[in-house]
Design a protein around this ligand. Structure first.
Ligand SMILES: [Zn+2]
Length: 70
């Protein structure tokens, strides 16, 4: 089960959402400004947690496809 982060910077994706990433993908994208969400069984649970911080939280299309809405 991966660790998940939410990006504080919403300007870096086409939908202008606060995107949730796995730890691995956040590191690959060199995202510095992020909030640690925790350890989840899947991205759907992680995005649910992310919504506590940002109501427009969305899963990254690459690392969280099951939670990606656009
Ligand atoms: Zn990602």
């Amino acid at each position: 089960m991966p660790f998940y982060y939410i990006n504080k910077n919403w300007t870096l994706n086409p939908g202008f959402h606060h995107e949730v990433h796995t730890e691995e993908h956040a590191a690959e994208l060199k995202i510095q400004d992020k909030i640690y969400l925790g350890w989840f069984a899947n991205e759907i649970d992680a995005v649910q947690e992310g919504k506590k911080y940002y109501s427009n939280a969305d899963g990254c299309a690459v690392c969280c496809p099951k939670a990606h809405k656009g």
